[in-house]
Design a protein around this ligand. Structure first.
Ligand SMILES: *Cc1c(COP(=O)(O)O)cnc(C)c1O
Length: 393
């Protein structure tokens, strides 16, 4: 741990444990201590740690081919794209390596599409306050959080922010320069902020009316996290462009930007690229993960069932500790519990008791466990939370 401090840039506030092994919902540290993992790599490990189907696919692919170049066709990339297209609104996929990169690709495609089809001075993208779209300069500029942007000015121009879940504010922000709206269906990093049920439908309507592209950032909400493969399915809409990453690779780094043919056509050879984008190893893992997720629908059903159970149990704690808990919200297994106090100490005490949870925005406990979660695991979490709340109240 001293070496970690000495050799790694201090970009993360890390907990004082070294994690070494994981299986399903469990991880073990270097002392052999076991933890129940309700962080799940922040909505990455949707199938839990080291799912056997993903591991086997990786082993097989590692023996065959690790990397060539996008100068050539590779089977795992084609097969994964086909699977994504079959199960989404999209016709075409561009692969990259992270959520930020997927959003960068979405922003570039949007600007290019606007140049091709609208006019030369339509480049502005409206995003929401509180949103998080990544840490590269453009995605940071798109994100509606000043605290992340501070010190990195000048920001990339062409983004305008409006309050989330306020359709009139959105309408009011549209100018002759606007070409798109970019949003998370549920704001993850802002503290699991849910929109009203008809908000995204209204955004879609406004986009159609003003000829704006609707970009959905499903980096966190996608791949079954909310109980459906993509969160937009809950809201009865389809975007024009969607970004994916976190849960896509079953634990392996991969990002994707999906679009309808009419939009995707604005990318031509030379428009955009990524050396490692859609490499054989990542695509093999993602394909195995997605096939597993869709297999007989068990995992998505389980996600919805466990969502109800977990929210119900958390509501129970809220009743027992009304002065500590302000509210419980979420969709599928993307659940936030807003506290009336800072939640750092709660996270530390849970860690001591062998449960990993995450704190966002200073006062929201976030739960993004594996979608294979069981009632017994929820019960254990509740037991520990009650214990911890008893201690601090
Ligand atoms: C995590 C996240 C990103 C950034 O993904 P990286 O892989 O860290 O670049 C972008 N958008 C949303 C909604 C996210 O949750």
């Amino acid at each position: 741990m001293d070496a970690s401090k000495q050799y790694l840039m201090h970009t993360y506030k890390r907990f004082p444990i070294i994690l070494r092994k994981g299986r399903g919902m469990k991880v073990w540290d270097s002392n052999g201590k076991e933890y129940l993992d309700f962080v799940g790599g922040i909505a990455v490990n949707n199938l839990g740690h080291c799912h056997s189907k993903v591991v086997i696919a990786l082993q097989k692919q590692a023996q065959r081919l690790l990397h060539v170049s996008n100068l050539y066709h590779i089977e795992p990339q084609i097969e994964l794209a086909k699977l994504l297209v079959k199960h989404s609104f999209a016709d075409k996929v561009f692969f990259c390596n992270s959520g930020a990169e997927a959003n960068e690709a979405a922003i570039k495609l949007t600007r290019k599409y606007a140049k091709d089809h609208l006019s030369h001075d339509r480049y502005e993208i409206i995003t929401a306050f509180g949103s998080f779209h990544g840490r590269t300069l453009a995605t940071l500029s798109a994100s509606g959080q000043e605290k992340l942007q501070k010190g990195f000015e000048p920001l990339v121009p062409g983004f305008k922010h409006v309050p989330f879940n306020d359709i009139n504010a959105l309408k009011g922000a549209i100018t002759k320069h606007t070409c798109a709206v970019m949003m998370e269906p549920i704001q993850g990093e802002a503290g699991i902020k849910m929109p009203d049920m008809d908000y995204l439908k209204e955004v879609r309507k406004v986009c159609d009316e003003y000829r704006l592209l609707f970009i959905l950032d499903e980096v966190q909400t996608g791949m079954g996290r909310t109980g459906k493969l993509f969160a937009y399915e809950h809201f009865g809409i389809e975007p024009d462009i969607m970004s994916l990453a976190k849960g896509l690779g079953g634990g392996v780094a991969i990002g994707a930007m999906l679009a309808k043919d009419s939009v995707a056509a604005s990318f031509q050879p030379g428009s955009h690229a990524a050396t490692f984008g859609g490499n054989p190893l990542a695509c093999a893992a993602a394909k195995a993960a997605m096939e597993t997720l869709l297999e007989d629908g068990f995992i998505l059903d389980n996600c919805e069932r466990m969502s109800k159970y977990l929210i119900n149990r958390l509501e129970g704690i809220k009743k027992d500790y009304p002065s500590l808990v302000a509210g419980v919200r979420g969709l599928g297994l993307m659940i936030g519990m807003e506290m009336t106090t800072t939640c750092g100490p709660i996270v530390n005490l849970c860690l001591e008791e062998g449960v990993l949870i995450n704190c966002i925005g200073g006062n929201v406990l976030r739960f993004t466990p594996a979608l294979t979660l069981t009632e017994k695991e929820v019960d254990r979490l509740i037991e520990v939370l009650e214990d911890v709340f008893e201690k601090i109240s």
